[in-house]
Ligand binder design. Sequence first.
Ligand code: GDP
Ligand code: IMO
Ligand code: MG
Length: 454
Amino acid sequence: MPGIVIVGAQWGDEGKGKVTDLLAERASGIVRFQGGNNAGHTIVRDGEQFKFHLIPSGILYPDKACVIGNGVVLDPRVLLEEIDGLKRRGIDVANLRISANAHLIMPYHVLLDTAGEMKLGKLSIGTTRRGIGPCYADKALRLGIRVQDLLDEKILRKKILAALEPKQQALRELSVRRRKLRKEAGEERGGPAGDAPDPRLDLHTMTEEHLAYGHRLEPHIADTSRLCWEMLDAGETVLFEGAQATLLDLDHGTYPFVTSSNPIAGAACVGAGIGPTDIDEVWGVAKAYATRVGAGPFPTELSDETGRHMLERGHEFGTTTGRERRCGWMDLVALRYAVRLNRMSALTVTKLDVLSGIDPLRVAVRYRSREGAVFESFPYHQSILHSAEPEYEELPGFDVDLSTCRSESDLPPQARAYLKFIADFAGVPIRLVGVGPGRDQVVWIGEEPRLQAA
Ligand code: GDP
Ligand code: IMO
Ligand code: MG
């Protein structure tokens, strides 16, 4: 003990990577437990930027165990690119461990993700098109291919064949649709090349390619649950790094505009192979305002100058897809829901610096439905949420550069009052505040945690 879960409190991109990197200094292991390369976690160290999609945000410490748990869906091509990229920058990845039970995102998952989105048209979810949903679907259907299968040619070939068979129709439809689109765009005139099957889906090619991935990944493949138990039983600190966020949770988020896994803290147990009593603390990460990438309800969204300010000052562009993030006011109805769902013990508020120059500040404290009903808590009914109008509390803003603040007393009184209002309303203490992207650009509220590394 202790086990600490770090979880996104909004719609993702709250700064989980930075918080994980900070707390990792005091931990022995850092474990990803769900999601895949739909995630994009940024760390800025000494002015140098790192973006991680699959590798846990503890990898910059060569002495820590960095674990990709069984709950993650892993695209081996992307992982190897990430490993190679880190090696080129002189980062040692010898301590990376990958669960043999994690499921693989295969080329057909990526194609099916795109096919699904194209089919939905205007109703599309705005996925990252990284194959996440189709891969988790195959896992549930028991047609998934796992990391351990990369090490056995016979099993791998058989499993790919079995997984491909039920998808042929959808994949054929996709290639016909794509060909039609290309023709309409004048990019293709038909002929044999246009009619050829997608080479990425050839059974032999796919098997050979994945055996080669397996060969390269083999030194990292391990029984990662056992590894977590060993660290926890030795009294060392293990961080469980969430990806995505509470409101994108498959069960508790704004379904169907969610991801296909459970990013909430409870999922750390399943996705890492530990027990609920292994978790001692849950640290939520929220921005001082709110953002969302992709489609779905976002009650406090702003499409005015203030939203533009957040987008530009906060550099709100997706780490994975480069899309503009939708921006809006801090939504305390949603945050309080996230605090309870995760039973957070602490909250980190990032990007407070971005709010400088906005006066007054607003925070949503309740919703009103189209029919005039008041909702003090997050409504479970999607129709209500889609048309919910937030009601705001106004708080005084501040117009000073926060980027050099390092202690609570450095913060202007308006910023402290803003944080206090959030903590009181959400019912959780704020322990850490972000005032810039750098790892030193933080303000600890109260004592820094004294955690136990090996
Ligand atoms: P994650 O997915 O939750 O890890 O977050 P992302 O890395 O996708 O997005 C957060 C962005 O905000 C990154 O570009 C970070 O470098 C940046 N960031 C994190 N904390 C702060 C902060 O306190 N202030 C500012 N200005 N930027 C921050
Ligand atoms: P991190 O870990 C923000 C969003 C997508 C889309 C929905 C479903 O960096 O916070 P998916 O590809 O998962 O099937 O897409 O979820 N989404 C994220 N939004 N941050 C993320 O990760 C996200 N991962 C997925 O934009 O709306
Ligand atoms: Mg991100």
